[in-house]
Design a binder for this molecule. Structure first.
Ligand SMILES: *Cc1c(COP(=O)(O)O)cnc(C)c1O
Length: 367
């Protein structure tokens, strides 16, 4: 039977290309002929989840796998409410922060609407908008940073959401509290402002804003956080958004409940009981960042020294070629052509052994 796909597929899906994730390690090892792989491409925490979460995962009662989880992630929302001094209904927990991006866009955008974000940032805001049929206005970064003036200038009467990644993935740059407040003041409640704080727990700068503290003052502000990065739970998929009751009540209408599994819910709850894990991780990241920067300086390789647990490095050769060369040595970095940064790579800061392997592999490429 002939399949008449053409007439079924919207134009904005026809032109959209699916994202192809990396293959599993055993397949990559066969492909590149290496015996182990340091995954330095996804900004995961090399220390894994906090011991409190590890204990919960180890003791998970297998029978509970047959029972649906709490549909609205009840206990975690109560815990977050307590931690931040909000009402539990001010939170929506999703299958990773990735899922709550889609909730927010679906809740506010309709045909003809647009969102505004940067050209070189976490790509999911742009992707969800475009494969849902909405326009994504991409404002070029200025000095590796979100350009507030140009974002404001691009707002029109069909703009619904502005996405600010703070600190930005992949550049690690951030807006100060003063800059974020100025931006919110000028938007004056006319659009939703999402501040993605996926790396919040890595920063220790006095002028770095805590979006949660601004929510009571700015009811159009929505903050994203995740358990994937600092809390080492990327494999369980859990993240959340927070905002004013009015805004979150709207976003909740687009949520598919039961998307957060029971192990993730319990492990995330336990993760919040281990503040030492954050300090341990920060110490490791800071030490390894020093090490990598020193080695890059010696090699004369330029880089962007941003915040969080990753760094962007500029190579004298193509980033996709560098990816293949490094994979043969068991080092997996993120090539940045897909982020519109040709010849740049993003490196996840990791344990010393992995950083040494990276420096060695890079030395052979640029040397
Ligand atoms: C990793 C990341 C996320 C999403 O993480 P989830 O694993 O889906 O929770 C969101 N935003 C940024 C900027 C990220 O780097």
């Amino acid at each position: 039977m002939p399949l008449q796909l053409e007439s079924l597929v919207p134009a904005y899906i026809q032109k959209f290309e699916a994202y192809i994730p990396s293959k599993p390690d055993p397949e990559l090892m066969k492909l590149y002929g290496c015996s182990q792989i340091f995954r330095l491409n996804n900004n995961e925490n090399p220390l894994g989840p906090p011991p409190t979460s590890q204990e919960v995962i180890r003791r998970f009662e297998p029978y509970k796998a047959s029972i649906y989880p709490s549909g609205d992630v009840y206990y975690l929302r109560y815990k977050l409410a307590d931690k931040f001094g909000f009402h539990p209904d001010q939170f929506i927990v999703g299958n990773g922060a990735n899922e709550v991006i889609a909730f927010a866009i679906k809740a506010f955008c309709q045909e003809g609407d647009n969102i505004i974000t940067a050209d070189k940032t976490f790509a999911v805001y742009e992707w969800v908008a475009e494969f849902s049929g909405f326009e994504a206005q991409l404002v070029p970064l200025k000095d590796y940073t979100f350009d507030d003036e140009e974002m404001l200038a691009r707002i029109n009467d069909r703009t619904k959401i502005l996405f600010v990644c703070n600190p930005n993935n992949p550049t690690g740059t951030y807006w100060s509290e003063a800059k974020l407040r100025r931006f919110l003041d000028r938007i004056d409640g006319r659009q939703i402002v999402v501040v993605d704080e996926a790396y919040f727990e890595f920063l220790d700068k006095p002028d770095y804003p805590d979006g949660m503290k601004l929510i009571p003052e700015y009811p159009n502000l929505v903050v994203f956080r995740t358990f994937s990065k600092m809390y080492g739970l990327a494999g369980l998929r859990i993240g959340y958004l927070a905002g004013s009751l009015d805004v979150v009540d709207v976003i909740r209408r687009t949520c598919v409940v039961y998307s957060v599994n029971v192990v993730a819910q319990e492990a995330a709850l336990a993760a919040l009981n281990d503040p030492e894990h954050i300090q341990r991780t920060r110490t490791l990241i800071n030490e390894e960042k020093e090490f990598v920067c020193r080695e890059l300086d010696i090699m004369g390789v330029p880089y962007v020294r941003g915040e969080a647990n990753f760094m962007m490095i500029k190579l004298p050769i193509s980033d996709t070629l560098a990816y293949r060369k490094m994979m043969k040595k068991g080092v997996m970095i993120r090539s940045m052509s897909g982020f519109r940064y040709p010849n740049y790579i993003r490196l996840t800061l990791h344990k010393h052994e992995a950083m040494q392997a990276f420096v060695e592999a890079l030395g052979e490429i640029v040397g």
